[in-house]
Design a protein. Structure first.
Length: 435
């Protein structure tokens, strides 16, 4: 009997065995890519329609909770926002832009939506973000560009950001440059570096800042090539110096030579000389004396301020004669000054520049005592003393000095934001003095 059943089954055609509802198999056709996309979009639309009431209710809850500032309530709502499915992303993007005339609460809401979107996923919403990046308010554009930089849709998000980079909307040039490097630094570094050869001063500035900040592959070569063109390099000298400070391994003999050559240019603005001279001792600790000849040649023709800086630079690079001259001039200024507190402040500044932090701290301490009465200058003397201790590696002494100043909350805030005090602020024990 089983053999008979097997023979009967074999005699049937494949179509007879196929299910009646399998129309695709019966016709031998497959859905086109366009049809599959249409079906996918329909499913997304249905999902969005089902989610819309839930998303709107959650946003209403957030708006109602923000004025109270209840951290537990806001944290709970943020978690709900971040737990939404990917289909909710377009609904959230529609509420992302706080507008131009925004309140602090609207800005906070936009930040919470931004955080939620970054955790939900952004692969299917590149067109919506691109549109907001072009036509939104200033804050809306910034938020959209930030989200494009986080997208997993590398191809389309990259194309969108590159399009924005050709003519960045107002106020977004640096944001777009940074976003391209955040999205894929290796791929987009050449795109940003190419702007260094353009005629747009703004794009050159954005490119330098982005390459300095992000340091993608190829940044060193691009920025070093800029050093070969003094007229182009000088307006961006601060950025170039920052790059080599943060990437000291990239700083070589040739770079030091080029920076010194920039100083030797007769028309170099004083502020550029100041920037270079302050940085050179840190960048080029192995500077050979031959590199410093342009500095010595410029001594006689320099203003008093630039002469001092040149001598400080030479002293920090090992020139004993320059060091003696700097200290001699500062001693003479103290002996001839009627305001001995100000004289101590001035010599403290010079000693800080020379890297003699112990003696600088002593001068600032003396200046603090000489001011006698509470004043901004007296506070500044004490803060500078603490700064000298930090530079010298004595955080405990710095903490003790600041504790004795009885700083107001506003001045404390200024100290906390000062990069020189970052190490102290972050210390678990000594940093408490600024709480």
């Amino acid at each position: 009997m089983p053999a008979l059943v097997f023979l009967l089954l074999c005699s049937l055609s494949p179509s007879a065995l196929a299910p009646k509802h399998a129309s695709v198999q019966e016709s031998g056709e497959r859905p086109s890519l366009q049809e599959l996309r249409r079906q996918l979009e329909e499913r997304r639309e249905r999902a969005r329609a089902e989610l819309e009431p839930k998303v709107n209710a959650l946003l209403s809850e957030l708006r109602a909770a923000l004025p109270s500032g209840d951290p537990e309530r806001l944290d709970s709502l943020q978690k709900k926002l971040s737990a939404l499915p990917g289909e909710a992303a377009p609904l959230l993007i529609a509420a992302l832009d706080p507008g131009e005339s925004t309140t602090p609460l609207e800005t906070r809401l936009a930040s919470m939506i931004h955080l939620g979107l970054s955790e939900i996923g952004l692969r299917a919403v590149t067109p919506e973000l691109s549109e907001l990046a072009r036509s939104g308010s200033s804050q809306g554009r910034a938020l959209a560009i930030s989200l494009l930089a986080q997208s997993t849709d590398l191809l389309d998000a990259g194309a969108s950001l590159r399009s924005l980079w050709t003519a960045p909307p107002e106020g977004t040039g640096l944001l777009v440059a940074n976003a391209l490097l955040d999205l894929d630094g290796a791929k987009h570094a050449p795109v940003i570096a190419a702007a260094l050869n353009e005629d747009s001063p703004d794009k050159i500035r954005w490119a330098v800042e982005a390459l300095v900040t992000k340091s993608p592959p190829g940044a060193e070569a691009a920025l070093s090539s800029l050093l070969n063109h003094p007229d182009n390099a000088l307006p961006h000298i601060e950025g170039l110096l920052q790059f080599y400070r943060e990437n000291s391994s990239a700083f070589g003999d040739g770079h030091a030579t080029r920076f010194v050559e920039l100083i030797s240019i007769g028309s170099t603005p004083l502020e550029h000389d100041v920037s270079i001279l302050h940085a050179l001792p840190d960048l080029g600790r192995s500077l050979r004396s031959a590199w410093l000849d342009p500095l010595r040649d410029k001594e006689e023709a320099s203003s008093e301020r630039l002469l001092e800086l040149i001598r400080i630079c030479l002293a920090r690079c090992g020139d004993r004669t320059a060091r003696r001259n700097v200290l001699r001039d500062s001693e003479a200024w103290i002996s001839g000054s009627k305001n001995s507190a100000e004289a101590r402040m001035e010599r403290g500044r010079i000693l800080m520049a020379l890297g003699d932090y112990t003696r600088a701290a002593t001068d600032y301490e003396k200046a603090y005592e000489l001011y006698k009465y509470p004043s901004t200058r007296r506070w500044q003397a004490g803060i500078n003393e603490a700064r000298a201790h930090i530079f010298g590696g004595h955080l405990r002494k710095a903490s003790t000095v600041l504790k004795g100043l009885n700083l107001t909350p506003i001045v404390k805030r200024e100290v906390i934001l000062d990069p020189d005090f970052a190490e102290l602020v972050e210390h678990p024990t000594y940093g408490r003095v600024l709480e």
